[in-house]
Design a binder for this molecule. Structure first.
Ligand code: FE2
Length: 286
């Protein structure tokens, strides 16, 4: 059983036009879906789907207002879909739709689904031999790297165990008082999922989009500011995961993050357990 990455996120939003304008400015390429929404496809083949709150095909909301309505995880093949179906089917009713996507929930109610990944090769950074650095005209995020959910604080360990024990996620860092950073079995990112145990109830916190290096985090963020979108944080480098980050308030729910240069790890990595959270950032700047 190998989950490999985030495959698709579906948001139910109050204002489709504003959410679409946000993701257009963020640098994603979209396809209109009539009055009810818009789909975005990243170079990686991952998708972001915006849907009106009134769309009756959406899974039940986990919180009021604009938010994530389903997180679809990509897997390495049909056999994994069957394995997950057998495992999660022990204690919940799952639905397999006509496209072969298996839908269920995690223990606090976040709708999660599984489909065979549609992985596209993402071009690595530019070849620099005999080519002086030249900034891209517009930043185009290459892929979604991670999602972050608030999980009910008093159930944080149970929910974390669900992902590691039943879906084979690997723990990278466990931070006392903050939450668990974990990666898919088939991925090397420090985290593809962070369960943030900061509130009594669950919810959606953010999704992170990878760009090509420090310059593009800065350039993408500056473009968003120029377009009038509000930064949710300063520009900085995280301590856990080490990624360069810049977060913005997303009208589709939560925040989005530009990130680059995250730590990579495999099964040789020993998960670190921090009694006291080591802190948010090595450095930050306006
Ligand atoms: Fe993040």
């Amino acid at each position: 059983m190998k989950i490999t990455r985030i495959e698709s996120l579906t948001f139910g939003v109050e204002d489709v036009a504003a959410s679409a304008r946000y993701y257009d400015d963020w640098g994603l390429t979209g396809v209109e879906k009539g009055a009810t929404g818009k789909d975005y496809v990243l170079p990686s083949g991952q998708t972001v789907k915006l849907r009106s709150l009134s769309d009756s095909s959406l899974p039940a909301a986990i919180e009021g207002g604009s938010t994530l309505r389903e997180c679809v995880w990509g897997v390495d093949g049909k056999a994994t879909i069957e394995e997950i179906g057998a495992e999660l089917g022990k204690d919940q009713k799952l639905t397999l739709d006509s496209s072969g996507v298996l839908h269920g929930k995690d223990p606090w109610g976040m709708p999660i689904a599984f489909q065979v990944e549609n992985a596209q090769d993402v071009k690595a950074g530019p070849d620099r031999l005999n080519r002086p650095f030249m900034p891209a005209e517009r930043v185009t995020p290459t892929r979604m790297g991670h999602v972050v959910f608030f999980v009910p604080k008093d159930r944080a360990r149970e929910i974390s165990d669900f992902y590691t024990d039943r879906l084979q996620f690997r723990l990278s860092d466990r931070s006392g008082g903050l939450g668990d950073f974990m990666r898919c079995a088939g991925a090397k990112d420090h985290h593809n999922l962070f369960l943030l145990a900061a509130k009594p109830v669950g919810g959606f916190n953010h999704v992170a989009f990878e760009v090509n290096g420090f310059d593009e985090v800065l350039q993408g963020g500056k473009h968003m500011k120029d377009k009038g979108w509000k930064p949710a944080t300063k520009l900085g480098r995280h301590i856990l995961g080490s990624n360069i980050f810049w977060y913005f308030d997303n009208p589709a729910g939560g925040n989005t993050e530009y990130f680059a240069d995250m730590d990579l790890m495999d099964d040789n990595w020993e998960p670190r357990v921090w009694e006291k959270h080591p802190g948010w950032a090595h450095w930050e700047m306006d």
